[in-house]
Design a protein around this ligand. Structure first.
Ligand code: NAD
Ligand code: LMR
Length: 342
């Protein structure tokens, strides 16, 4: 019994009481860009998950210290550091979920698309290694511009013959986290209860919170809808400006990314009630990639929640039409980046 179960032991009136529960599942997670502003707090949060048995931290610099530091936490996960191209393959072998926050962040005055020239190559090279070493893993892309880096990753995986669209995710959880926070504040709701689906993409007007689908049901004036939508769309820029040249959102992003990792691990573990928003290959609208609420299962995306797109308000319908040209151009830019190198 002792070997096959985890015991929570309590001393009660000098008697030992064993509470028996099945052992936690053991998944391996890799973070590529683990020594960065997002990578470090994300590693800390993932390290506390009971579902994680191993955490592989990869970066081109400074990752050994991060891993040494984190490995002193008395949490079950084994933390290992990997650095340089020579160690990338070992960082990825046997991994169930790969999270990619590698790349440069914005400074004030920049758009996410201004990061394309540097981050496109970084994501392409890292995803090539993912394809070679853990093609079955869930891949979570954080590096911006997400509207282009996810199509880049898809093209790389296609070229390698291992593309599974159900397992490639652009992480848009921060948009949902922000929407939930701002709506709860504005409407005086209990934060824990609030859930706002956010669809489209992850840049400016392509971020479309569906306020009419807010749970619990709540009504907004036209002015509130306009103010909340614009705030959610510009929340990344709000942080970039407040940090004044020192980068973009890292702590709230790590919180959001850890939530998406935990949801993925729960799905992999057999939980049949896992829903998140994510930017994925989709047939919900005419564009090949689209962020929406999805159901996650052991094999990745199990279903698209199309009901969120039914019965939209006129404001939301107009915003959905308005976002399509920018989103289409960003997707095509990502695809062309990989195809032109053929
Ligand atoms: P950062 O500069 O603090 O960290 C980036 C890390 O990536 C650094 O440690 C760097 O050494 C590493 N890196 C660079 N090239 C690499 C490579 N080839 N392989 C492995 N590691 C490499 O930046 P940050 O604040 O952590 O942001 C990272 C990215 O995440 C940016 O592109 C940013 O725009 C994006 N981001 C996305 C969201 C989102 O919602 N999806 C939110 C916030 C930030
Ligand atoms: C965010 O939404 O915070 C990120 O995409 C980072 C940025 O550049 O705004």
């Amino acid at each position: 019994l002792r070997d096959s179960f985890t015991h929570i032991v309590q001393e009660q009136n000098q008697e030992t009481v064993y509470c028996v529960r099945p052992q936690a599942s053991a998944f391996k997670v890799a973070i590529l860009g683990a020594a960065g502003g997002i990578g470090q707090p994300l590693a800390l949060l993932i390290n506390t998950s009971p579902l994680v048995s191993a955490l592989h931290l990869f970066d081109i610099a400074n990752v050994k210290g991060v891993a040494a530091d984190l490995s002193h936490c008395n949490t079950p996960a084994q933390v290992l550091a990997f650095t340089g191209n020579a160690e990338l393959a070992n960082a990825l072998k046997g991994v169930d979920v790969v999270v990619i926050p590698a790349g440069v962040p914005r400074k004030p005055g920049m758009t996410r698309d201004d990061l394309f020239n540097i981050n496109a190559n970084i994501v392409k090279n890292l995803v090539e290694a993912v394809a070679d070493n853990c093609p079955d893993a869930f891949i979570h892309i954080i590096s911006n511009p997400v509207n282009s880096t996810v199509p880049i990753a898809a093209e790389v995986l296609k070229q390698k013959g291992v593309y599974d669209p159900k397992k490639l995710f652009g992480v848009t959880t921060l948009d949902v986290v922000r929407a939930n926070t701002f709506v709860a504040q504005k409407k005086g709701l209990k934060l824990i209860d609030v859930d706002v689906p956010v669809v489209g993409g992850h840049a400016g007007v392509t971020i479309l919170p569906l306020l009419s689908k807010t749970y619990p049901s709540v009504s907004f004036t036209d002015k509130e809808v306009e103010e909340l939508t614009v705030r959610i769309q510009n929340a990344g820029t709000e942080v970039v400006e407040a940090k004044a040249g020192a980068g973009s959102a890292t702590l709230s992003m790590a919180y959001a990314a850890a939530r998406f990792v935990e949801s993925s691990l729960r799905a992999l573990d057999g939980d049949s009630d896992v829903y998140e928003c994510s930017f994925v290959q989709s047939d919900l609208i005419e564009l090949p990639f689209f962020a929406s609420r999805i159901k996650l299962g052991k094999k990745g995306v199990e279903a698209f929640i199309s009901a969120d797109l039914q019965g939209l308000t006129e404001y939301e319908l107009n915003a959905l039409e308005a976002l399509k040209p920018e989103l289409k151009a960003s997707i095509e830019k990502g695809v062309a980046f990989v195809q032109k190198e053929l």
